[in-house]
Design a protein around this ligand. Structure first.
Ligand code: PMP
Length: 362
């Protein structure tokens, strides 16, 4: 293969080879325009097609109901940490946060600037190795919203079912598992995700927002930071990240051709299982971080007996062509990120490498 490594990066991360090859082929003269997609006006007919095609594919693949807007913004998921409370939280109002990791904490801290966020539940005491039980969650009926992180990229935990928050809008950071499986979008008031893990290159942030919330949003905020500005202009209020949106559309086309989210979800489970099976069958040589019921199918986190052995593992893995297996700089250990575009073969190869490494180092 032209691809010389197995890419397990946490984000930006692997993209499908057929998508990269198509982009390469179309790069210099995009669909008869005589220029690249990056050189086209964002007001041109050729770009308009790309833009609307990406939105339409997202809507169809993710079964997004009619009463939701799909927006392409910039600033990453991190800007959403601020935009959400800026738009929806009033100074004396509360919003409930489910504290399942570092990204949830960052979102919580931003909300303090605008209102009164509080913790509904926290898994901090267990080093975020688990997901709160949805039956135990207490929040107030007049909260502005409830916020959760659907997949905790750093700790390798994932919500398997979502709480039903009734009239309180449920807001979800789905940066690291968006469109890795079908979900019921109608349970959410707002979903957001940076594209750079499951959907495309960095630079595009996808926001899916229920239309009635747009009307209720705070109005005394900067124009660019109002969801409504972007909703009213089909995400063309200003120059959007055109190349990223094109790539996102092509990744979605690739997912469609695979058979859609049901197929992708099964594949993701199978991929993760190859690696979890090695961990579980290793007699403690590999120590999984997440407790089994909360395990992520996207980010598989584990440790070895001691730091020295871990270093050796990471060095030999690198040597053997496995890239990106070091854990997040804040927690250490090892992490294999197996997003939609990571091929099954890469996970099989990693599972075999792990088994062999154990053999050689017992
Ligand atoms: N939320 C989650 C769950 C993430 O994994 C990340 C990035 N790793 C972020 C938010 C921050 O995203 P961005 O870099 O797009 O601002």
């Amino acid at each position: 293969s032209i691809r010389t490594v197995y890419n397990f990066n946490a984000g930006p991360s692997a993209l499908p080879l057929p998508v990269l090859e198509k982009a390469q082929q179309e790069l210099v003269n995009f669909r008869g325009t005589g220029m690249s997609i990056m050189e086209l006006s964002h007001r041109s007919k050729a770009y308009d097609e790309v833009h609307n095609d990406a939105i339409a594919r997202l809507r169809k693949l993710f079964s997004i109901p009619e009463n939701y807007e799909v927006l392409f913004l910039q600033g990453g998921a991190s800007l959403q940490f601020s935009m959400i409370p800026m738009n929806f939280l009033k100074p004396t109002q509360k919003a409930g946060y489910l504290m399942t990791g570092v990204w949830a904490e960052k979102a919580f801290d931003e909300a303090k600037l605008f209102g009164e966020p509080y913790e509904i539940a926290s898994t901090k005491e267990r080093n975020h190795n688990t997901i709160p039980n949805i039956k135990d969650l207490q929040y107030n009926e007049d909260d502005a919203y409830v916020h959760l992180t659907s997949n905790n990229t750093i700790y390798g935990t994932q919500w398997k079912e979502f709480p039903n928050t009734g009239n309180v809008p449920l807001v979800a950071d789905m940066s690291s598992d968006i469109m890795s499986k079908p979900i019921d979008v109608s349970k959410f008031g707002l979903i957001y995700a940076g594209a750079q893990k499951n959907l495309g290159p960095s630079g595009v942030t996808v926001v899916i927002i229920r239309k009635d919330l747009l009307e209720e949003a705070n109005s005394e905020i900067p124009t660019m930071l109002k969801y409504n500005t972007h909703a009213k202009s089909n995400s063309l209020y200003h120059t959007p990240p055109t190349f990223g949106i094109y790539m996102l559309g092509e990744v979605l086309r690739w997912i469609e051709e695979l058979g859609g989210l049901e197929v992708v979800a099964k594949q993701n489970e199978t991929k993760a299982k190859y690696i979890y099976d090695v961990i579980d069958g290793s007699n403690g040589f590999y120590i999984g971080h997440a407790e089994p019921a909360s395990r992520s199918y996207m980010n598989i986190t584990f440790r070895l007996a001691d730091e020295e052995l871990e270093k050796k593992f990471l060095a030999e893995a690198q040597e053997a062509g496995f890239v990106g297996l070091n854990g997040h700089r804040s927690v250490g250990g090892c992490r294999a990120s197996a997003y939609n575009s990571v091929p099954v073969e890469a996970c099989i190869a990693l599972s075999e490498f792990m088994t062999q490494f154990q053999e050689n180092n017992r």
